[in-house]
Design a protein around this ligand. Structure first.
Ligand code: ADP
Ligand code: ZN
Ligand code: ZN
Length: 801
């Protein structure tokens, strides 16, 4: 009788290891590593889910093993590589192995779903298949199914006679929407058009729309632009069209493959591609850092390296910060590699996600593009991993397990013996320092492909009399340049650098701000709800008209919002068409892509937005970039504030002058002499790197020191603080004199969801005992005496707040 090692879904320190279970004879062939099973756990008859990690012939346990109750999956949901990865990841992030296993699963496997067996086409008439399905087209797998049946299923699956399909229960809300369609053909439509009265302009437009889009019908009402409902109704009455209901599967992100042919590489590009290809050809797990100015053509380097990996029979994995923010990159990859590409993103419905996952798993898709979690894509034989915009904080998960996709990528690259390419115009200091030490290979791309100089950047000192005198936030120089760019038929991007989403309320009489009763944060205004809402706990309340504190009517919105700037732009430049992109205009799925496309089609002159417009966009007609308030990110209490500011300004400046027209950037600031702003204005990463490294060295921060942030929380503030000191004492025991311990201090938002947060920061170079100590601390926090007390360990935090 063989034995399965199972990691059970009981996330505690005590259960954070595999447990042995007997595999009943009847399931002998069925159970394999990577599958989920149901087992009884503990003394009671508690059924839990678990992952089979390993199968052994004998047990080390002397007593009687409990048997596996039943199998949940009929085929492994995680590959052997992922099982191995989970142990490493758990250790690296101080998480439970079960959380790591769950994190790696495609979300459809976490959702409620049903499994069905269907015959593989060629075997529809197979005798065994027919008897299994009992003449039905498919068979649902139920927990009650006998083991004999499961064995038969397994047997047939191994012969590839049947396949297993997952169907998600309550399939991601199938939305019913109204759409228009017509039964008339082009000729008939033209006839109808000719019969219209000459003043029936709207009907004329509608018929033209139908003619142009005949092959796309039915089209949802919402997508018919510039034609009113009344016009559609009239047309329906006249028999021109029909209104039908369509069930629209949510296809949130429009991927429109951009066909580009292989370009002739510039010298810098060629050198980069050659080095990467050499590693691919020789199966070396080198790490390359491409430090390439904006517009240096990094995308083409990625594409041609992917091509090489594919040619060598390997697959390729490409990570981007966020799919919805980088549609152009996705379009270019899908344009080049077509059906070979699987795109993984959060906007997919569970069903779609499952489809993509299957395509990757069975090797149909050899190129995967996705955000952070795509690093777990079940690709086999990876030949290349690319991480674009490698400095982005979004590659680090904010919740347990707090993993960094870059580290996971490096781990996988070692397994697959393939190179990793990190690309950025503004590499993270960690990566750049590693390249300095020779751990990574540094590849410079210093020239823009179009040979154009980098955009001309002007820093505007907002303290100057002229600027402080203007009403509003837009300096005369920026006003003037916007006016002239638009007059020339060119486009502009205006960035409002915002710290959060803040549109909060403040009383101008007494300074009162409206705060959440549960959390220590300001409530922010949500236009769609017309309410003030807390971002942490969801509490909402009506917008006050008088100050709850002093009853003054002078309570109003504070903080320069994008809406406010939009309003100012409309006043200054009434002729300019402004598109706004911020949390407000993009909370609906797919709206990012829509706005980006509209701007690309020159349906607007100015794209106004927050941080989300700074990245990766490539609009040839944009010649002017304006930054309203460069300082916001500088003022945050985080040692990465300068780095983030430099990155943001460099990235957004890079949006100007990408094609044949020259670019111009105007940065408004109250700190014109700050090195982050000055270096960004020259796109001088190397100078910034030197200065910032010096300061990090002075203050003992990354990359000179490792950092671990541990936070504790409790409902009672005194308890939280007490535990903070307990934590510090614990750490002191394990650490040498060289380590630096900060805190406990309240986190910047010290109360969230009615819990108080205190944090301790450890900075260290070499502390061999720290790792085990942190595990012990985690273990201790599970004791009864620590009830109601939560702890989180963040290794190399992206934010300290
Ligand atoms: P970045 O390095 O900022 O990511 P991109 O990859 O977006 O730059 O390239 C900038 C522009 O240059 C794109 O429009 C791209 O099509 C073009 N480009 C890149 N490489 C070449 C080349 N070898 N020849 C001609 N155009 C190129
Ligand atoms: Zn007041
Ligand atoms: Zn709250």
């Amino acid at each position: 009788m063989s034995v399965a090692e199972v990691v059970v879904d009981v996330p505690t320190m005590q259960t954070n290891r595999p447990f042995e279970y007997a595999i009943p004879n009847s399931l002998e062939d069925v159970v394999v590593p990577g599958m989920r099973v149901e087992v009884f756990f503990g003394r009671g008859k508690r059924k839990v889910q678990g992952f089979v990690m390993k199968i052994n012939e004998t047990s080390s346990f002397s007593g009687k093993l409990k048997p596996i109750n039943r199998v949940i999956d009929l085929r492994p949901v995680l590959t052997p590589e992922m099982l191995k990865l989970s142990s490493w990841l758990a250790d690296e992030t101080y998480s439970f192995e079960i959380s790591c296993l769950q994190t790696m699963l495609p979300s459809v496997m976490r959702a409620k779903y049903k499994q069905f067996i269907e015959p593989v086409e060629e075997f529809v008439d197979d005798q065994e298949v027919i008897s299994l399905l009992d003449g039905n087209p498919s068979l649902e797998i139920t927990p009650q199914m006998s083991d004999e049946k499961l064995q038969l299923i397994n047997h047939l699956r191994r012969q590839n006679k049947i396949k297993i399909e997952y169907v998600v229960e309550n399939q991601a809300r199938q939305l019913k929407r109204q759409a228009i369609t017509t039964e008339l053909n082009t000729i008939q439509l033209h006839e109808q058009k000719n019969n219209l009265r000459s003043n029936a302009k709207a009907q004329f437009k509608l018929i033209n729309f139908l003619i142009d889009n005949l092959d796309k019908l039915p089209i949802e009402m919402g997508e018919v632009e510039g034609i009113s409902r009344a016009t559609i109704k009239t047309a329906e009455k006249n028999g021109l069209l029909k209104i039908v209901e369509v069930t629209k599967r949510r296809k949130p992100i429009e991927i429109t493959p951009e066909q580009t042919t292989k370009l002739n590489l510039t010298e810098e590009q060629k050198s980069a591609v050659d080095q990467i290809n050499d590693s691919i050809d020789n199966s070396k797990s080198d790490t390359f850092l491409i430090e390439g100015v904006t517009g240096s053509g990094k995308t083409e380097v990625y594409l041609q390296s992917i091509e090489r990996a594919l040619k060598q029979g390997h697959s390729a994995l490409m990570l981007v910060p966020e799919i919805s923010l980088t549609p152009q990159m996705v379009n270019r990859v899908t344009g080049r590699f077509g059906d070979k590409v699987a795109v993984l993103h959060s906007g997919l419905s569970n069903g779609e996600r499952y489809d993509e996952w299957t395509r990757i798993e069975n090797g149909e898709a050899q190129v995967v593009v996705g955000a952070r979690s795509a690093v777990f894509a079940p690709l086999k034989d990876i030949g290349l991993i690319i991480i674009d915009e490698e400095h982005e904080a979004s590659y680090k998960q904010d919740d347990n397990p707090r993993y960094h996709a870059r580290n996971v990528a490096l781990w996988r690259a070692k397994q697959h013996k393939c190179p990793v390419v990190l690309g950025s115009a503004t590499p993270s200091l960690e990566s750049r320092a590693r390249a300095q030490k020779g751990v990574y290979h540094l590849i410079y791309m210093k020239k823009r492909v179009n040979e154009h100089p980098l955009p001309h950047v002007q820093i505007i000192d907002m303290r100057d009399a002229e600027n402080s005198a203007v009403k509003g936030d837009i300096s005369p120089l920026l006003q003037d340049n916007l006016y002239r760019a638009i007059k020339r038929g060119e486009q502009a991007i205006v960035l409002l650098n915002r710290r959060g989403y803040s549109s909060f309320m403040m009383c101008r009489e007494c300074g009162f701000t409206l705060k959440c009763p549960n959390c220590d944060v300001s409530l922010t205004y949500h236009k769609d709800l017309a309410k003030m809402k807390c971002h942490y706990c969801g509490h909402d309340e009506p917008v006050p008209s008088i100050c709850p504190n002093c009853k003054s009517k002078k309570i109003g919105f504070y903080g320069t919002g994008t809406q406010n700037i939009e309003h100012q732009l409309n006043e200054i430049l009434p002729q300019a068409r402004v598109l706004r992109m911020d949390v407000d205009t993009t909370h609906k799925k797919g709206s990012h892509a829509k706005i980006i496309k509209a701007f690309g089609d020159h349906k607007a002159d100015i794209l106004l937005g927050t941080q989300m417009i700074a990245k990766g966009l490539d609009f040839p007609n944009v010649t002017l970039v304006g930054v309203i308030n460069a300082d916001t990110t500088l003022s945050i209490a985080d040692y990465r504030a300068s780095e983030r500011t430099f990155q943001l300004l460099t990235q957004v400046s890079g949006r100007a002058g990408r094609a044949d027209k020259e670019g111009h950037v105007i940065i408004q600031t109250f700190n014109p002499d700050h090195y982050a702003i000055k270096d960004a204005s020259k796109q001088d990463y190397e100078n910034f790197y030197k200065q910032e490294m010096y300061l990090r060295h002075q203050s003992n921060y990354t990359p000179y020191y490792f950092t671990t942030l541990i936070s504790v929380a409790h409902k009672d503030e005194g308890q939280a603080l007490k535990q903070g000191y307990w934590l510090k004492r614990q750490l002191q025991e394990a650490l040498s004199d060289h380590a630096i311990l900060l805190g406990p201090t309240p986190t910047m938002i010290s109360r969230k969801q009615n819990k108080y947060y205190y944090q301790v920061i450890v900075k260290y170079k070499h502390e061999p005992k720290l790792h085990q100590k942190l595990l012990d601390i985690l273990n201790d926090t599970q004791a009864d005496t620590k009830k109601g007390f939560t702890i989180a360990i963040d290794n190399e935090p992206q934010h300290i707040d």
